[in-house]
Structures are given as C-alpha cells and as structure tokens.
Design a protein. Structure first.
Length: 425
C-alpha cells in the first residue's frame, strides 16, 4: 500500500506539474502575471518567490494550479478598517503590503486601510498608526507585493498584466497549453517505454502461447494459430482480437482460425474475469510479439501511440452519448488509485504506461467544451473572436460557476460509483 500511495502521488504530481507548466510558460510569454504556481491544494507548507511568481507546495498532493492575474476571485486580503503594514521604497511608494497576522515586517508603517486601488491608478488610503488625524494616500509601486492572510507573498495585479489584457491568440495558447503539455508528456512516456522494452513491440493475431487448462487449451487452440475472425468480425490485429473476446465473457463464441495455411472453425466460451470493476472475457492466450529496435520506430512510436489513444478516447466519449451514458465509463481518483496499485505491482514499465495513458486522458478531458475546463475557456475565446468582443465578466463568471458545479456533482457521482465498483463488488 505504501508503494502504491507513493507511486500515486508521483504520477499525479507529474501530471499536474506538466499540465500547469504549460499554462505557466505561455502566460509568461504573453506578459500575463502568474502570481502563484502551486503544486498541491490546501494549506501552504513551502513557498519561494522569484521573478514575480510565488512557487508553493501545499499539503494535499492532489491537484495544483497556476494563479494568473485577472482570473481570480476577489482578493479579500484587504478590507476597510483592517490593520496592515506598509513598506515604502526610496521614492516613497508602497513596495510591500503586509495583510497577514502570520508575518511581522520590521521598519514597516502600521496602517489602517480605508480605500485602495491596486489595479488602475495604484494607490492606498488610510490612517497611519491608526491615528484618525494622520490620513494618508500613498502611491503603490507597479511591481509591489502583498502578503496575504495565509502568509503567501504575491505580486499585486495591475490591469496591464492581467489575463484579459493579453491578445486573444495569446490567451487561447495559454488555455490550450495545459492539454498540449499532457500530450507531449504522453509522447515522451511512450517513447521511453519503447526504449525500456528494447524496441517497439508489434503483435498480430497469431497466438504465441496457450495457457494450460484455459478455455483456449480445452478448445484445441495451439501456438502459431491465427485467429482471423471472432463471431464473423475480422480480427487482423491483437488489439481487435482482445476487444472482441472481451465482450464475450461467458458466451459461446465462434472463432475462425488459420492453422498451417488452412482455415477451420472453433467454438469457445471465454471465462469471465473481473478487471477494474468491469467483467471481461478471456480465453487464455498470449500474443506472439516481435520487436523493432530501429531509432525511427522508437521515436515514431511515441507519436503514433499518443495519437491512437487520443482518437480512441474521443471515440469512447462520443459513444457515451450515442450509445448510452454510464458512470462505469468514467473514472475518478479511486479508479486512478486502483490502476496505480496494479501498475506498481509489475514494475516501472507498467507505471510509465499508466502515466502515458492518464496524461492523454487528462489532456482530452480538459479539452471538452465544459465551462471551468480548458476546453470551455477555449470555447469562450472562440465566441469572443466571432463577436469581436469578450463576454462580460459577470456572464463569464456565471457560466464558469455552472460548469464548476456540474463538474463537482459529476466527480461526486463518479467517486461514489468507483468506491462501489472497486471495494464492494
């Protein structure tokens, strides 16, 4: 269990880090202020400030975020009547605002804030030392920082460095960069997988081995037999063969095989096996595997496998709506933990394969046109391009809130369904 937990945290951390770094990189290129880059959620356990961005590690190793100026909820660190501390620069402008009770700034000016503008004109007004006879208005430096209630120091967010101030194309690239990075990660993982396996594994519909006392053994199947059809469905690859057999658990199934150049029919009943909460059919055969060790095959394998998985996932998503929706078609953190547990048992190769699989899934799901996901943001960008003006912040906020609520409800349902599938089935 400890190995599974550690593996789970590492995989999840890599997925989040790579995804969020995509947003971070393109935001920086577009001169959008990234106020915080966080790995993990919840209370902060570490922070480091450099080049206008605060890098934090938070206590819950599930998730993370890039906090861009202009895409945040209203900052509640400053409130009328609140006692804060101001640090001035050599020109007498505010260089740092301490709104936290967790940090003490030496040589700061005690200040009771009344009004402020940290976006447009950049100023703050209030009573110095809490004395109502000492009412002051200070100009705030454009690159000033503010220490928030939890002790995290971030830059203030003037309008010119906010997300909406960037060009539409730059904002679209920033939104798309997260899923793009997940696809790149999958390409790298699949390529590494080919290297670790000593080449690109290729399998056909030829049986390499028949498991003793299995359904295949009892039906008379032998090594080197080719299974060319399953219930009149052509199976010219091992993937197609497995897909067809998986559907036939407990059912009599007609196979057309080729042995020594001659074709013959065999009837077999695949055994039912419970795998990841789903019942699948198996007959007890292993594929005949060949290896292509050429550098070109290894490099292209990463691209072809990633593209094939993207197409397969999109096809599955479309099928959910055309053939009927089921929560069993979805998986949340519980399902991911179950997959990790199985992968960890069989070594690094299977862990890397799982990383590639989950990375593609994360990239595809984030491109769905659902508000609060990257795909939903891209859809709003497209609408803005068509209208030649952005949707009002109020309407966009409502749309995002609805999308977020939908995702939370779906996550609760999927998680509960996963718990029932993996622990009570």
């Amino acid at each position: 269990m400890i190995i599974t937990i550690i593996t789970f945290i590492i995989i999840f951390g890599i997925l989040v880090l790579v995804h969020e770094f995509g947003h971070f990189y393109f935001a920086k290129r577009a001169n959008i202020l990234v106020r915080e880059f966080s790995i993990g959620m919840g209370p902060k356990i570490f922070s480091y400030h450099k080049n206008a961005t605060t890098y934090t590690i938070r206590i819950l190793p599930l998730g993370g975020y890039v906090r861009m100026a202009g895409l945040e909820e209203n900052d509640e660190s400053l409130k009328a009547g609140k006692l804060i501390t101001l640090i001035l620069d050599e020109q007498g402008k505010v260089a740092k605002i301490n709104a936290s009770q967790k940090k003490l700034l030496l040589n700061g000016i005690p200040f009771q804030v009344v009004k402020w503008d940290l976006e447009k004109e950049l100023w703050i007004e209030g009573y110095e030392n809490g004395d109502e006879d000492q009412y002051h208005r200070y100009s705030v430096f454009h690159d000033a920082s503010i220490i928030e209630d939890d002790g995290t120091e971030v830059r203030i967010a003037p309008l010119d460095v906010q997300f909406q101030s960037a060009k539409l194309t730059q904002r679209m690239l920033t939104n798309f960069a997260g899923p793009l990075n997940n696809f790149i990660l999958a390409i790298v993982a699949f390529t590494l997988l080919a290297v670790l396996q000593g080449g690109v594994l290729s399998s056909t519909n030829t049986i390499g081995k028949v498991v003793t006392d299995s359904a295949a053994d009892k039906a008379g199947l032998k090594a080197s037999d080719k299974i060319v059809e399953v219930n009149n469905e052509k199976t010219d690859s091992w993937e197609k063969l497995v897909a067809q057999i998986s559907k036939q658990g407990g059912k009599k199934t007609d196979l057309l095989i080729e042995r020594d150049g001659k074709k013959q029919s065999i009837t077999i009943t695949p055994k039912v096996k419970n795998s990841n909460g789903q019942k699948i059919g198996q007959i007890g055969i292993e594929s005949k595997v060949n290896k292509n060790r050429s550098p070109w095959a290894i490099i292209t394998y990463g691209f072809t496998e990633t593209w094939g998985m993207i197409v397969a996932i999109f096809s599955a998503l479309i099928g959910m709506f055309t053939k009927g929706f089921s929560l069993n078609d979805l998986g949340g953190p519980v399902a991911m933990y179950s997959y990790t547990s199985q992968a960890a048992k069989y070594g690094i190769v299977n862990v890397i394969r799982l990383l590639a699989f989950l990375s593609v899934n994360l990239g595809v799901v984030n491109l769905l046109p659902i508000p609060a996901l990257d795909g939903g943001k891209l859809l709003l960008n497209v609408i803005e391009g068509i209208r030649h003006k952005p949707i009002s912040p109020e309407k966009e906020g409502i749309i995002t809130l609805i999308g977020f609520g939908f995702l939370m409800l779906l996550m609760i349902l999927v998680t509960w369904n996963d718990i029932q599938r993996y622990f009570f089935n």
